[in-house]
Design a protein around this ligand. Structure first.
Ligand code: PRP
Ligand code: URA
Length: 211
């Protein structure tokens, strides 16, 4: 984690997958599979310092003290819709982590998030939360999702995205300076309609083929 709390995952495999996502010619089937794979890679990096518990196990050869992620340590929360594309990859990695959903849609005129759904796992206040959404544009959606997690009693949150705009990072630093951001890239800017440039377009539409 850098001083600003932003980690750019510049691993060649992550960057290769990001390029596939960026290409306009990538069809929804490949976009979906790649977003899922990148979700696992980004989560792996974001959870580097997750605490583990000691557990006594038997290998086929001997007893030993091993490590495991205790039940209840981690929960995943997806910002609908596009967050589900990343959350599926996190679930591939950590299938026992419960998954919550926060429904937000960005108003195309004001660029402000509108709430439409909330379903969080029981006991989420005791878990560390990995909040996932591929796009951090203005930062309004991520900041609002974090407000909702805080209201549910969550103390530790990490935000994972694929692309971050400088405007979104600034918004997060102002509203939630304690939440680390893990991303595959920081792009140049937002355009006049609030899209990340060069970006990858509308993540939800590309994921679900609703372009
Ligand atoms: C997209 C994206 C983020 C949000 C980012 O979702 O997945 O949630 O926009 O923009 P912001 O940082 O300016 O808030 P959208 O609202 O288009 O919904 P969708 O995932 O259902 O397509
Ligand atoms: N939401 C997206 O899906 N893409 C952007 O570039 C900005 C917000």
């Amino acid at each position: 984690m850098t001083a600003a709390g932003v980690t750019v995952v510049d691993h060649p495999v992550a960057q290769h997958k990001l390029t596939l996502l960026r290409r306009a010619a990538t069809p929804p089937s490949l976009f979906r599979r790649t977003l899922r794979e990148l979700g696992a890679l980004l989560a792996y990096e974001a959870l580097r310092d997750l605490p583990v518990a000691a557990v006594r196990i038997e290998t086929p050869v001997a007893e030993m003290d091993a490590s495991e992620i205790a039940q209840g340590t981690l929960a995943v929360v997806s910002i609908l819709r596009a967050g589900n594309g990343l959350a599926d990859g996190v679930s591939d990695l950590l299938p026992d982590a419960p998954v919550g959903h926060i429904g937000l849609r960005r108003d195309e005129a004001t660029l402000k998030p509108e709430r439409y759904y909330l379903n969080l796992p029981r006991g989420i206040g005791r878990a560390r939360v990995l909040l996932v959404d591929p796009m951090l544009a203005t930062g309004g959606s991520a900041a609002d999702a974090i407000d909702q997690l805080r209201a549910a009693g969550v103390r530790e949150i990490r935000f994972v995205c694929v692309l971050a705009a400088p405007e979104g990072l600034a918004h997060m630093a102002e509203r939630h300076p304690d939440v680390p951001v893990v991303t595959a890239a920081i792009d140049s800017r937002l355009n006049e309609v609030g899209y990340i440039v060069p970006g990858l377009g509308d993540a939800g539409d590309r994921l679900y083929g609703t372009v």
